[in-house]
Ligand binder design. Structure first.
Ligand SMILES: Nc1ncnc2c1ncn2[C@@H]1O[C@H](COP(=O)(O)OP(=O)(O)OP(=O)(O)O)[C@@H](O)[C@H]1O
Ligand SMILES: [Mg+2]
Length: 500
């Protein structure tokens, strides 16, 4: 047998809930193997078992045909298993090179930081990425951090590479670059696991696909023999309709951004005179290759990034460019940030607290000290039902334990509650399965139909084109072109790179 990794009948429970219920998985040498399944199906849990992060309650792990007990991630690394996690394991105040050194403390890196910088350059060249080894992690976008994780695993010398939703934060082009590299590594004998929700990637790049549901294996097959409709049905259990964008009347101005400048501490200009307007009942989409100022724009709008010059005016709240986030929120701003764990959820707090916090700040549950906890729990329970947040064993459960997609649904439920003046959404369907993704799109269109103004920043061009009434293309901190719906995909794609 040429199987390099075999997981047999793996079981793993969390507080009595079986996340893995006898899951099987076989990985062969030299293949790209996709792992599909709905949010909460157990994909990350199973791969965390393979990477030595979770100790299974039952089942067997065979590496290269020999049974192994992995005492921890270091033991998995020693067996050649490297994993790029869905939620990154990087140290924020350190530079790229320092992070990579930390992960590979011994061996060939003992020669010092210059060697690592050379290795990083070599590796990113091969991947077709640009990663500056001197940048601090906290100055990088989510997509850029993702690249650092991939470089870290590759330089660690892994022969089994597990990528947990690596392309969720990449553009089509970046994703193609990464997956082409993985195919090349596979041709040289590396085994690659690709956890993804994107069927296009499965049919294009995978030699085999395993589908999971409810903590178990439901099928393994050659994706080239399946249609995407068949794969969706196996994953979700039903066929899905696509959302429709109906004609709505545009209302009054809700947001005016003019001459916006943002500068990094290093003096680099991140936003260079950005201006656009959004009306009630309108979705304004921002397209572009990630890292061109999108994160800074979202930060400037929501109040987490300092503005050097320019104006942001929001209906009902006035000029807010130098106002703190709380003032903006009480003026009717709702935010769905890209990094939901770092910016939108307090992982250590309960689901109820995470949901109700917005209402608490608005005084909806009474004054501090006299909070109506029953009403908070009731509202949270209703939201969990309405947004189909799965994996909730109780409302007191910590929000950090939700699977990636379900955590995002909780954020959406909170931010879309009420009647926001303006919704700023950054990559709102990142990491969501097909069903949840369709639900998010439906929610954003419903907000638009209700007369909310929406700024939708997304690396997923199809998402922007499908939802937005107008699209601004960002490149190097500027909006370089604007398109009205129905927009031409190719023209947008050209604008994204022409100026890049
Ligand atoms: N450390 C943990 N403690 C408690 N529950 C957990 C833990 N890790 C995962 N779970 C639960 O196990 C189930 C499976 O989660 P997992 O993260 O493996 O799903 P997934 O298939 O990766 O989903 P997604 O596509 O949303 O990333 C979920 O219901 C999740 O809430
Ligand atoms: Mg996951």
């Amino acid at each position: 047998m040429d199987s390099v990794l075999e997981l047999r009948a793996i079981r793993k429970s969390f507080a009595g809930f079986a996340a893995l219920d006898g899951a099987d998985f076989t990985l062969r040498r030299g293949e790209v193997h996709a792992l599909l399944g709905e949010n909460g199906a157990g994909k990350s849990s199973l791969m965390n078992v393979a990477a030595g992060l979770y100790a299974p309650d039952g089942g067997r792990i065979l590496i290269g045909g020999r049974e192994q007990r992995l005492g921890g991630p270091r033991e998995a690394t020693a067996q050649g298993i490297g994993m790029v996690h869905q939620h990154f394991h990087l140290v924020k105040p350190f530079t790229v090179a320092e992070n990579i050194l930390l992960a590979n403390p011994r061996g060939r890196f003992s020669r010092g930081i210059e060697t690592i910088e050379r290795e990083i350059a070599f590796c990113t060249n091969m991947l077709g990425f640009v990663v500056d080894p001197h940048r601090r992690l906290d100055s990088l976008s989510v997509a850029e951090q993702q690249r650092v994780e991939i470089v870290k695993v590759l330089l660690g010398g892994a022969t089994i590479i597990i990528l947990d939703e690596p392309t969720a934060v990449l553009t089509d082009e970046e994703a193609d670059g990464l997956l082409t590299t993985m195919r090349r590594l596979a041709a040289q004998g590396t085994a690659v696991v690709l956890v993804t929700h994107k069927l296009r990637e499965v049919t294009r790049y995978a030699d085999r696909v395993t589908i999971m549901r409810g903590g178990r294996h439901v099928a393994a097959c050659d994706p080239k023999t399946m249609s995407t409709a068949q794969l969706t049905e196996l994953t979700v259990g039903v066929a899905l309709p696509s959302p429709v964008r109906e004609k709505t009347a545009r209302g009054e101005l809700r947001l005016i951004v003019a001459g916006l400048r943002v500068e990094h501490e290093t003096g680099r200009t991140a936003l260079d005179g950005v201006g656009f307007q959004v009306r009630a009942g309108e979705i304004y989409g921002i397209a572009g290759v990630s890292g061109n100022g999108q994160s800074e724009l979202v930060g400037a709008l929501t109040g987490t990034t300092a503005v050097a010059a320019g104006d942001i005016w929001m209906s009902g709240a006035g000029h807010i460019a130098d106002r703190p986030p709380a003032i903006r929120r009480s003026g009717g701003l709702a935010a769905i940030p890209a990094d939901r764990y770092a910016q939108a959820l307090a992982g250590g707090l309960s689901i109820t607290d995470n949901y109700a916090v917005a209402g608490v700040m608005a005084g909806r549950y009474g004054p501090w000290g006299w909070l109506d906890r029953k009403a908070m729990a009731k509202a949270a329970a209703a939201a969990v039902r309405a947004f189909d947040v799965q994996g909730v064993r109780g409302l007191k459960q910590r929000a950090g334990l939700l699977s990636g997609g379900n955590a995002q649904k909780l954020v959406l439920a909170r931010e879309l509650a009420g009647d926001p003046v303006l919704i700023v959404a950054h990559g709102p369907s990142r990491g969501l399965d097909a069903r949840a993704c369709a639900a998010v799109h439906e929610r954003l269109l419903a907000a638009r139909a209700r007369g909310n103004a929406v700024v939708l920043v997304s690396d997923d061009l199809d998402e922007v084109i499908g939802l937005a009434d107008r699209i601004g293309v960002m490149s190097r901190g500027r909006i370089v072109a604007e398109f009205d719906a129905p927009a031409d995909r190719q023209a947008i794609g050209r604008a994204m790179v022409d100026h890049g």
